[in-house]
Design a protein around this ligand. Structure first.
Ligand code: PEP
Ligand code: MG
Length: 588
C-alpha cells in the first residue's frame, strides 16, 4: 500500500496545544424538510407536534446551558441563553402557528421557512459576527426540525478524536466536549468565534479557518493539530509524528519545570525588572492568570462581554464583571481596555464596511456613542475602589481622539461624583499604540496619558499593509520586520522621554524570539498570552539586559526580516536552549 502524501494546511491558531490522533469528521446531516399540504383535520395535531418539539428543544438547550455554566462560566454560557430566548419569542412562535393554521402547511416546513428568514437577514450582513449569529439561528432551526422528526443527534464519540468540521456552533463545541476530544479543527471561523472562545476556556487545542478540511480529511485519517502555529498536518510522516511527539513532551516537561518559577520575579540576570502580565478575554481566565503568578493583567479585552448578545450590558452588569477581575487580581493591577469593536471583531449590523480594519473601530465608535462609552467608563471606575484598575483606549490614531476620550472619562468621573460613588481618584489612563500615525505622534500622545501599550498585532498589520487575519497574505505578516522594530524603538524612546511607561500587549510579547529585543529596547511591561507566562518569564530570567541592548542595536541594522529572525533564533537558542521556537510563519 502506498503511503498517503503528507499535507500541511494552514489555519488560524485559536486555542493552544498540540494534538496527535485520528480525525473524526463531524458532519451534521441537515434534516431534510419537505412541504406537505395539511388537511383541516391535521392542523391541531401539527400544532401539538410543534409544542412538543419546542419543549424538547428548550430542555436540550437548558441542559447545555447548565453544562456550559459549569465548564466555561456564566458570561460565556449566555450564548445558549440567547438561543432559549429565541425559542420563546412570542412574535416568532405566533407567526409560525398562524402560518400552520392559515396556510395549512406542515410544521417542519413552516418552522424551517420562518426561522430561515431571520438567518438570511443575518447572512446578508457583511460581518463575521452576524454570520456567526446566523449559524446559531440555523442551528436552532435544525434542532427543532430534528426534534419534530424525532432524529437523534450524535453526541457520543468513540476514542479520543480530533474533531474536524466545516463549522462548529457553540452548542456543538459544548456537547462534543463531553467526550474525550483531543482538539478541534474547522474550515471557517476566526479567533473570536464563539467556538474558539469556548475551546480556549475548555483548554482544548483548536485551529479555525483552515479552509478546506472537509475535502482533505476523512474520518480515521491521522492528523497533527498544532494550536500554537495554526497548522493541521494530514497523513503526517512517521518522522513528523515523532518530531511533534517530542515537541509535545518537551512542552509538558518544560511546563512542569516552569511551574516552579511562578513566584519568582521577571528580572534579567543583571537586575532589570520587566513587568510581566497577561492578556485576558474572559473573566474565567483570571484564575489561571493568578495561579501562574502573573504581575497583573496588561490587557483585558472587554469587547468579549458583547459576544452573543444584541443588547448592551448595563453599567451594573459590566461593573460586576470588572469587579470580579479587579478583586481576583488584587493587589496586582488590571488594565481594562474600552470596547474595541469593529475590524475583525464584533461588528454591529449597521456597519457595512468595505474595509472594516480601516473603518469604524475601537475608540472611533465609542466617541460616536458617548453615552455607551461613559457607561463602560463608569463601570470601570466603580471597579477601581482598590486602586488596582487602569483604563486604556484602543485604536487611537491622533491626539484629538485621546483628548476627546479623556473628556468623556472626566464626565464619567463627574457623574459618579454627583451620585456620591467613590472610585480611585488617581486612576491611570493609557492608550494603545497600534496605528502608525499614533506611533509617529507618540511623543505628543505620551504627554496626555500615563502609559503607552504597543498593540503589535495591529501595528504590524497597519505598518506592513497586511491584513492580520487574511491567509492569502499571512506569509507577509511579520512582527519582526525591521520597520516594525524601528517603530517600536521610537515609541519606547518617546514614552520614556515623557516619563511614561511603555508596554507591549500584542502577540509579539509572547513570541520568544521577540522578547530579548523588546527587553533590549527598554520595554517596561510585556503582557502575554496566559499560557506563555512561565516561558516568557524563563526567557527574561536567562537574559542580560546590557547584552540585550547590544542585540537590539545589531538587529536594528539588518535590512530584512530573515536576517533579524536568524540572529534572534541563534541568540535565544544559545541563551535559553530549552525554549521551543517557532519557525518561519510561526510553524513550530
Ligand atoms: C494588538 O492589536 O496588538 C492588540 C493587542 O489588540 P487586539 O489584538 O485586541 O486588536
Ligand atoms: Mg489591536
Amino acid at each position: 500500500m502506498t503511503e498517503k502524501k503528507e499535507i500541511i494546511l494552514k489555519g488560524i491558531a485559536a486555542a493552544p496545544g498540540i494534538a496527535i490522533g485520528k480525525a473524526y469528521v463531524f458532519k451534521k446531516e441537515l434534516p431534510s424538510v419537505e412541504l406537505r399540504a395539511l388537511d383541516e383535520s391535521e392542523v391541531a395535531g401539527e400544532l401539538e407536534r410543534l409544542d412538543h418539539a419546542l419543549a424538547k428543544s428548550e430542555k436540550e438547550l437548558n441542559k447545555i446551558l447548565v453544562f456550559a455554566e459549569q465548564k466555561v462560566g456564566e458570561a460565556k454560557a449566555k450564548i445558549f441563553e440567547a438561543q432559549v430566548m429565541v425559542l420563546q419569542d412570542a412574535y416568532l412562535l405566533g407567526a409560525i402557528r398562524k402560518r400552520i393554521r392559515e396556510e395549512k402547511k406542515n410544521v417542519e416546513y413552516v418552522v424551517s421557512d420562518e426561522i430561515q428568514k431571520y438567518a438570511n437577514l443575518m447572512h446578508a450582513a457583511s460581518n463575521e459576527y452576524m454570520h456567526e449569529r446566523a449559524h446559531e439561528i440555523e442551528d436552532l432551526k435544525n434542532r427543532i426540525v430534528r426534534n419534530l422528526q424525532q432524529q437523534k443527534l450524535l453526541s457520543k464519540l468513540d476514542g479520543s478524536p480530533i474533531v474536524i468540521a466545516h463549522t462548529l456552533t457553540p452548542a456543538d463545541t459544548m456537547i462534543l466536549s463531553r467526550n474525550n476530544i483531543l482538539a478541534y479543527g474547522t474550515d471557517v471561523g476566526g479567533v473570536t468565534s464563539h467556538a474558539a472562545l469556548i475551546s480556549r476556556a475548555l483548554k482544548i487545542p483548536a485551529v479555525v479557518g483552515a479552509g478546506s478540511l472537509g475535502l482533505t480529511v476523512a474520518t480515521g485519517d491521522m492528523l497533527i493539530l498544532d494550536g500554537y502555529s495554526g497548522n493541521i498536518i494530514v497523513h503526517p510522516t512517521e518522522e513528523r509524528i515523532i518530531e511533534y511527539q517530542r515537541k509535545r513532551e518537551h512542552f509538558s516537561a518544560f511546563e512542569a519545570q516552569l511551574a516552579v518559577l511562578k513566584d519568582f520575579p521577571a528580572i534579567t540576570l543583571d537586575g532589570k525588572s520587566v513587568e510581566l502580565s497577561a492578556n485576558i478575554e474572559l473573566t474565567e481566565e483570571i484564575d489561571y492568570v493568578v495561579l501562574q503568578g502573573s504581575q497583573g493583567v496588561g490587557l483585558y479585552r472587554t469587547e468579549t462581554l458583547l459576544l452573543g448578545r444584541d443588547d448592551v450590558p448595563s453599567e451594573e452588569e459590566q461593573y460586576r464583571e470588572y469587579k470580579i477581575i479587579a478583586d481576583r487580581i488584587y493587589p496586582q493591577r488590571v488594565i481594562m481596555r474600552t470596547f474595541d469593536v469593529g475590524g475583525d471583531k464584533l461588528i454591529p449590523d449597521m456597519a457595512e464596511e468595505k474595509n472594516p480594519f480601516l473603518g469604524w473601530r475601537g475608540i472611533r465608535m465609542m466617541l460616536d456613542y458617548p453615552e455607551f462609552f461613559k457607561t463602560q467608563l463608569r463601570a470601570m471606575l466603580r471597579a477601581s475602589g482598590k486602586n488596582n484598575v487602569a483604563v486604556m483606549f484602543p485604536m487611537i490614531s491622533n491626539v484629538q481622539e485621546v483628548r476627546k476620550a479623556m473628556a468623556c472619562f472626566n464626565e464619567a468621573k463627574n457623574e459618579l461624583r454627583a451620585r456620591g460613588v467613590r472610585f480611585d481618584e488617581n486612576i491611570q489612563v493609557g492608550v494603545m499604540i497600534e496605528v502608525p500615525a499614533a506611533a509617529l505622534m507618540s511623543g505628543i500622545i505620551a504627554q496626555e496619558v500615563k502609559f503607552l501599550s504597543i498593540g503589535s498585532n495591529d501595528l504590524t498589520q497597519y505598518m506592513l499593509a497586511v491584513d492580520r487575519g487574511n491567509h492569502f497574505v499571512s506569509d507577509l505578516y511579520h512582527e519582526l520586520e525591521p520597520s516594525v522594530l524601528h517603530t517600536i524603538k521610537f515609541v519606547i524612546e518617546n514614552g520614556h522621554r515623557k516619563n511614561v511607561w511603555v508596554g507591549v500587549c500584542g502577540e509579539m510579547a509572547s513570541n520568544p524570539l521577540a522578547v530579548p529585543v523588546l527587553v533590549g529596547l527598554g520595554v517596561d511591561e510585556l503582557s502575554v498570552v496566559p499560557s506563555m507566562l512561565p516561558e516568557i518569564k524563563k526567557i527574561i530570567r536567562s537574559l542580560h539586559y546590557a547584552e540585550c541592548q547590544r542585540l537590539a542595536q545589531t538587529v536594528l541594522h539588518f535590512s530584512t526580516v530573515s536576517e533579524v529572525e536568524e540572529c534572534l533564533r541563534d541568540y535565544v537558542h544559545q541563551h535559553c536552549p530549552d525554549i521551543p521556537l517557532a519557525g518561519n510563519n510561526n510553524v513550530i
